[in-house]
Design a protein around this ligand. Structure first.
Ligand code: DC
Length: 229
């Protein structure tokens, strides 16, 4: 199979990272979680007591941020300036802060450049909000996942509770509703399906079922590419 670029976009809790990891694992591809990169920027800013509305200070500080993603899909480590911050970036506070800083154009430019570099050779599954529309509009396969709000909140809440965060289902639901709204209404590269994306409703599907469906689409696309389509 040719080394494709596979984009997976969608709102929080739609199943991007669960299916993205499994897909990358099946294909022997690199998995890149771009949300983790926005989260790492948010963590850096919070630790340095920078106001998330101070765009000019944030823009200046970007030079001091280095983010690396290391390891295989099921053991992806997020490294911020040499420190492993994989667990620290998963809190509800960082989720909201990442969504806020992701609306700042300089932050997006900084991370998009890094994302394009990481995916430059193909053989990559990249998940986020703007991968198919903006980071890699030329990606050979684009998925846009969605699911009912309550189902997405259930999935996210289960993850939070498992990590020991005490969030009620209602709080999680409100948190993802706010983020969905901010992520889809922002000016730069808002969350929306690429016109040529394959849209999958994951509400009533298991992760394996979603990955099976994705594999069917990828095989068809790969055959078409081999035939020169
Ligand atoms: O996928 P996630 O929940 O880890 O992402 C955290 C936030 O980062 C999300 O609310 C919006 C932002 N984000 C983005 O704007 N563009 C991306 N490609 C990935 C994430």
């Amino acid at each position: 199979m040719k080394k494709l670029i596979i984009a997976i976009d969608g709102p929080s809790g739609s199943g991007k990272s669960t299916t993205g990891k499994a897909l990358a694992n099946r294909l022997g591809y690199l998995y890149i979680d771009t949300g983790a990169m926005y989260r790492a920027v948010a963590l850096f800013l919070l630790r340095n007591n920078v106001s998330l509305s101070d765009e000019s200070e944030i823009t200046k500080l970007l030079k001091k941020i280095e983010i690396d993603l290391k390891g295989d899909p099921y053991n992806l480590q997020v490294v911020l300036n040499g420190e492993n911050v994989t667990d620290q970036i998963r809190t509800a506070q960082i989720s909201q802060s990442a969504s806020i800083v992701s609306a700042i154009n300089s932050v997006r430019q900084f991370l998009v450049e890094r994302q394009r570099y990481l995916g430059r050779d193909g053989g990559v599954v990249m998940d986020g909000r703007d991968i198919g529309t903006h980071v890699f509009p030329q990606a050979q396969v684009k998925f846009f996942l969605f699911a009912d709000l309550i189902e997405r909140a259930r999935r996210r809440n289960l993850e939070e509770v498992t990590r020991g965060e005490h969030m009620s289902l209602q709080e999680t639901l409100q948190e993802i509703e706010e983020r969905d709204s901010r992520d889809s209404k922002r000016e730069y590269a808002p969350l929306r399906p690429a016109t040529d994306s394959i849209q999958l409703n994951t509400s009533n599907l298991s992760p394996n079922q979603v990955v099976d469906l994705m594999m069917e689409h990828i095989k068809k696309r790969d055959e078409a590419i081999q035939l020169g389509a």
